[in-house]
Design a protein around this ligand. Structure first.
Ligand code: NAI
Length: 273
């Protein structure tokens, strides 16, 4: 059901790779809520061509940008304002990638060049997006910027390796830049810490199926699906959350408040029998 929550708002949505992507669901819902936006992804990801399907459904233009390239981001923000006819009201940063995870490196054997790439793609890109928006004065007052995080920023999930540091940095950037954006333009900046979700980035993490199940059994409401994450993003882009900023908002079905659940106890007991 649509509420017209984003009527008249203009946005940039990064990170829709295929229909499983969280950004894909956000785009569909943003459209339903009346927003106009451009879609962006890394030039390499575009080759798969899936994003064009989404663009057609949403009547949106696609602008390629490597989110680690300030030059690409400058072009993107400039073109997005031209296409949409004004400054930007909301930005979704839904970008993550670790070469170390892709290559299955254990935490003690990380390749440091790849580690830096992980940080650049998954965390520094968020700083670059906001620095470019600031430099070009591209955000409207009371705008909203959201990035997606994971609880491995605070707790140990061994297979998440260097992405844990990337997410910690991402959340820290949201606080530091959130201060600056609030002071300059009354723009809010938050991260949403989402449950494990079956997407390309998610399922690339070693042992994903097991920790997906574990997390589901630990969360009293179960893992939050991608569609529900999109709902939450929409509320943060809407005018109903104008004073929420510099927060890491847990969207995890209750996982982060749990010690142990009866479901997990029952599972362990069944294994002992
Ligand atoms: P996804 O694989 O669909 O999306 C990741 C996106 O990052 C892709 O569209 C990819 O093309 C893009 N990307 C990679 N390098 C890029 C670059 N240099 N420039 C621009 N874009 C680039 O997977 P998903 O799960 O939708 O990921 C979105 C965000 O949600 C990520 O930040 C991820 O860490 C986060 N997240 C995912 C969870 C999960 O279990 N799937 C849980 C919590 C957070």
């Amino acid at each position: 059901m649509a509420y017209n929550l984003l009527k008249g708002k203009r946005g940039i949505i990064f990170g829709a790779l295929d229909e499983k992507s969280i950004a894909w669901k956000v785009a569909l819902q943003a459209k339903e809520e009346g927003a106009e936006f451009v879609l962006s992804n890394a030039p390499l990801a575009m080759r798969m061509g899936e994003i064009n399907k989404l663009a057609e459904i949403c009547n949106a233009q696609v602008i390629p940008a490597d989110a680690t390239s300030v030059e690409d981001l400058e072009k993107l923000f400039t073109q997005a304002q031209e296409i949409l006819g004004g400054k930007i009201d909301f930005v979704l940063h839904s970008i993550g990638m670790s070469p170390n995870i892709r290559k299955g490196k254990a935490y003690g054997e990380l390749n440091y060049e790849w580690f830096q790439r992980t940080l650049d793609v998954s965390a520094l890109s968020f700083h670059k997006v906001m620095a470019v928006a600031e430099k070009l004065d591209a955000m409207n007052e009371w705008g909203s910027i959201v990035a997606l995080s994971y609880i491995a920023a605070q707790r140990v999930f061994p297979d998440y390796t260097d992405m844990a540091q990337a997410k910690a940095m991402l959340e820290s950037i949201a606080r530091s830049y959130g201060y600056r954006m609030a002071k300059q333009k009354k723009v809010r900046v938050n991260t949403i810490s989402q449950s494990p979700t079956k997407t390309t980035a998610g399922t690339g993490v070693g042992g994903f199926d097991v920790f997906y199940e574990y997390s589901d059994k630990m969360s009293p409401l179960g893992n939050a699906p991608a569609e529900a994450c999109a709902d939450y993003c929409i509320t943060l882009f809407s005018d109903l959350t104008r004073y929420v900023t510099m927060q890491n908002l847990l969207h995890d079905g209750g996982f982060s408040s749990m010690g142990i659940s009866e479901d997990v106890v029952n599972l362990m007991m069944a294994n002992q029998q």
